[in-house]
Design a protein around this ligand. Sequence first.
Ligand code: NDP
Length: 507
Amino acid sequence: MLDLTIIPATNAAALPDAPMGLRHWIGGAWVDSADGATSERRSPAHGVPVSVAAKGGRAEAEAAVAAARKAFDTGAWPRSSGKDRATLLLKVADLIDRDRAAIAQQEVLESGKPISQAMAEIEGAADLWRYAAALARTQAGDSHNSLGPDMLGLVLKEPIGVVSLITPWNFPFLIISQKLPFALAAGCVAVVKPSELTPGTTVMLGEILQEAGLPEGVCNIVLGYGDPVGEVLTTDARVDMVSFTGSTGVGKRITAAASATLKKVSLELGGKNPQVIFADADLDQAADAIAFGIYFNAGECCNSGSRIIAHEDVAAALVEKIVALSRKVPFGDPLDPRTQVGAIISPEHLAKIDGYVRGAVAAGAHVALGGGALEVGGLGAQFYQPTIVTDVRPEMAIAREEVFGPVLSVLTFRTADEAIALANDAAYGLSAGVWSRDISTCLDFVRRVRAGTIWTNTWMDGFSELPFGGFKESGQGRELGRYGLEEFLEVKTVQMRIGQTRGAWVE
Ligand code: NDP
């Protein structure tokens, strides 16, 4: 008998009677695929069909790009005022609030995440639409009035054009809301491709955009796989920019594909995010944040705090606290409001997670807790136990690669230099954390660790105002904050002669 907190199937009444039917949104019309192809998504927790989506091919992807190109080149949106764009984005935010429960429900059914978390994510997404609305009205370029008596220089910011937005399955509604409102605020038009595993809430967002009055062709949604839909969205010459969130491997492939037409590419990729716990840290607070960092979204999170680097004097006490907390975290039926950790996205992904744990054990690591699939009463076993792996060495795959599951690796250190070297010993550089009561220790860490976000004595806080993105192989470009808008803007320099002081070049 596992000494864990497991929530069995308790909310079967919340399952849908029939799967949601999903179609492409192209040029303002909802359409099936020309060949009638569809793909079915079953709830990872419950095993029942929850959506049947049109499965797009090259024809649908190319039609969406054509509609977007037309909307950008001849439509009103790119030339509209910031005020008008903001008004629409604010309306979208209100409609997201109105439909929050329904969106969260579909998100749970397709992704397996817990309902309480999904509700918080949809609320956070609405805030992103409101924040982007503020940016739409406040963005401006520069003026240069000191270039001499007869010259005025202007730097205009213009929408970059048609952008492809390609999103993953782990935070479907939140991640599209980290991209689309910023692109629209900038005056861009978009073609969106969600993961084929989680298309439902992106389609629901399309319906909201239509209700809010977004002109046709300004946002298009094509459902389907990376091959061929993603491939068209990253190679078609009519696309100006690709914004992608997902695995580093696919990010590299997209960069190569986009290079033939020199599109701008913005990437939010993986992480192997370290948290360094110094001996003077508040271990209770650290342990709680570590549990949150590794079990949030079942660890299927680019920001997962999966790599703990603990001072050897406190490592054993820290692990003991994390094990105790891990036993209390409710894993199970994602439709139950008490549940904090739900199902794993697919059986293949569960096998991949388990493979990392087995590989670590074979290489000499020890499992302090968990280490296998979790059977949840009435729901089956597409769940993974809270898992803590100790005696991990830096060269092990579990210490270097993105496991993307509820699996914590614990390494130890003796000196601050050693801790910082371990923290930086990764191909990734998305986020990092430090736990110490000494502000100098924290600031030294902040300055020396190469990551896009650093948390001190906390983990995974996020704000619409603060930029997010990675160093090294964790990506390029930034989302959120004013940088999130800048990504979608092109700079145009204007030099205006306003006097006659310059002599003729030809005498
Ligand atoms: P991928 O990176 O493979 O997919 C993300 C998105 O890109 C999906 O919409 C996918 O489409 C699309 N895509 C795939 N291939 C291409 C291509 N050649 N051109 C354009 N678009 C493409 O993530 P997976 O869902 O397959 O997950 C695999 C692993 O990636 C996970 O185990 C995890 O480690 C990592 N991951 C990291 C994320 C992060 O936020 N850092 C998010 C998700 C996954 P489709 O899948 O529909 O074919």
